[in-house]
Design a protein around this ligand. Sequence first.
Ligand code: ADP
Ligand code: MG
Length: 345
Amino acid sequence: MVTETQTGPSAAPARTEDPFIICENLVKIYKVADLEAVALQGLDLQVAKGELLAIIGNSGSGKTTLMNILGGLDRPSAGRVIVGGRDLLKMSELQLVQYKRDSVGFVWQQTSRNLIPYLTALENVELPTVIAGRAGRKSRAWAEEMLTAVGLGKRMRHKLSELSGGEQQRVAIAIGMANNPPLLLADEPTGSVDNRTAQTIFDIFHQVRNTYGTTIIIVTHDRKVMSKVDRVVAIRDGKTSTEMVRRIAFNLADFAEGNITLGETHDEYVVLDAAGRLQIPREYLERLGIKGKVLVDMVDGEIVIRPVPDVGTPLPNGSGSTSDRPRPGPSGPAPSGPGQSEKGR
Ligand code: ADP
Ligand code: MG
């Protein structure tokens, strides 16, 4: 078993500089006729330069909305987005066009959105540079390098229609990298390929990041992505809820036998936002029957959260001091009724 007591070197790149991406309190509200859909509700996220980050979350949790905002395809209703030191909300339309062209690459789930079937793989990868007015020998060489990087060095003159789904998705990664952007966004890039191909595609992202230092964000449903990325951020209801960081740890059991082995472990954190709010995992809330309110205590230097007891039930004694607990009124703590509970989550 890999213990978590001995901290080894972090698998994530060292964060010596400012985050490459800063999202602060991002809100996105879509208005459709008279209805409002809140896609992001105060999302906070920071991504280091050269980080390989995965975003997971249920359908409808706001992942694509976030990617569209980061890619300059959509503007948030409120909040702040900084990418590479530039405030996306302060950009003019023209600056935004340049940003989309030069500073960010996209890989979509549907290959049809990335690719033109009657062109060869190479022509597909060269297309963005042609559009950017930079076609030439240098861009041809770069396109060839990208196709080689994704493992298609020998198939670059094949028409797209002659390639398998997995190969087409690799071409899509090469296209995303065509202008050598500092940021590559991939929205469910493995959504329509089989499991083995998905693993290969994750490996390619890893390789691209290691070789070119590109900051890469991948949205995925695949929980197996964990071992391939530096960090996994979970989004729930338009907010970052938890994150998992990969870490190398010593295997203590082996150490006792005179061997030193390193293994991978994952630390899971609940994200605390700027206002001190956190999302308690839904499973815990359900298991303890918590709704609307909780008791929060400081016990022996730890914060303990527990359900509000039913009226008439004595308060739990806890193992430590309860002096920090806010005192309930004379009739005991108020039951959490529908009128008092916040929006149930
Ligand atoms: P995910 O990618 O995690 O599935 P999305 O970002 O696509 O989630 O959507 C988040 C929420 O915003 C959903 O409730 C969705 O219905 C809504 N939404 C997304 N795009 C639009 C849009 N263009 N117009 C109206 N509602 C939208
Ligand atoms: Mg989506």
